[in-house]
Design a protein. Structure first.
Length: 324
């Protein structure tokens, strides 16, 4: 008989997924506005960045921040509430290269419901292992230096990106990178050489200044690295996630309006290169409700249905599936 820790996650979670349709029906029939998706969310929307976490059954690596338990069931409830029928699970920094929980959760969902982005050591990976993960719905690898605070020098980072691109290219995976916006100019030269799709996390993690007393709106072109990111987005292999504004905003929630000029300029300059993501369950900001900001983001599209569909559905489908 399995102990709790050794019981396969995909079996442990499967009974939750059997009733996911019931959750959807309950949400759609509820009188509570908080449980219903925004009416402007496009059908078939994608959430391109969320995590599953379980510190009891899957303890984090030493030195990690504290976090709660967020299962496939919790993710199903949240995505139903947001109105996203497709999700991309991202390996969090607290698990390092141990992708067990994420992989088991992909088994529970199946690739028609959820895809995944993992972390691995490119110096110690086999083609057979990548193929196995690919068959389960993995579609990318993440390089996360912003969370760990150890971004390497630009030349070293470019070389690293090239090695990972070489490893994932046969599978048409995405190279996902999380660095500060000020460091983006350092990777700009390598983007055209990679031969893989690239996605930049969380609006590029800009350094947003505190609001000034004049009330003048932020000019995003003054942000270190923003112009470089715009140039990268003009290429046909790079996207950026419109997500995690609360991690960089200097304004109060839940709307974080000091990021609006950044988002609006991205709408103008690169509407086909943006993907919505919730960043649920908002590690280090647990308890935050991203739904008001999601509705605000919908409002920022100003009724432009084509832009809205790209941001919440079409761009993500191209990024993660190639419209297969």
């Amino acid at each position: 008989m399995y102990g709790l820790k050794n019981f396969p996650t995909y079996l442990f979670l499967a009974h939750y997924l059997f009733i996911s349709q019931a959750v959807t029906r309950a949400a759609s029939s509820s009188d509570s506005c908080a449980s219903k998706p925004d009416s402007h969310m496009p059908n078939g929307s994608w959430d391109s960045h969320l995590h599953v976490l379980d510190p009891v059954r899957f303890p984090p690596i030493p030195g990690s921040y504290e976090f709660g338990t967020y299962t496939a069931w919790d993710a199903t409830v949240e995505e139903t509430r947001l109105g996203c029928s497709n999700m991309v699970l991202i390996q969090p920094s607290v698990y390092g290269n141990d992708n067990t929980l994420l992989i088991d959760t992909l088994k529970a969902f199946g690739p028609e419901r959820a895809l995944g982005v993992i972390v691995f050591d490119v110096a110690n990976i086999s083609t057979a292992q990548l193929q196995e993960w690919n068959d389960l719905g993995v579609r990318g690898v993440r390089l996360n230096f912003q969370s760990t605070g150890d971004t390497p020098p630009a030349k070293e980072l470019r070389d690293m990106m090239q090695r990972y691109a070489d490893a994932i290219r046969p599978f048409s995976w995405v190279l996902q990178i999380y660095i500060a916006m000020k460091d983006i100019p350092g990777i700009e030269p390598v983007i055209p050489t990679l031969g893989v799709k690239v996605v930049i996390d969380h609006l590029g993690h800009p350094d947003i200044p505190k609001s000034n007393t004049s009330g003048t709106a932020l000019d995003p072109h003054t942000l270190a690295g923003f112009v470089s990111m715009l140039r990268i987005l003009q290429q046909d292999n790079t996207w950026v996630k419109v997500s995690a504004v609360y991690r960089v905003s200097q304004a109060p929630g839940p709307l974080y309006t000091d990021l609006d000029p950044v988002i609006l300029e991205l709408f103008r300059a690169a509407p086909s290169r943006l993907v919505y993501a919730s960043d649920w369950p908002h590690t280090r900001f647990e308890g935050l409700d991203i739904k008001p900001w999601t509705s605000h983001l919908l409002d920022l599209t100003k009724g432009n249905t084509d832009l809205r569909n790209k941001l919440f559905r079409d761009n993500a489908r191209e990024l993660w599936t190639g419209n297969e």
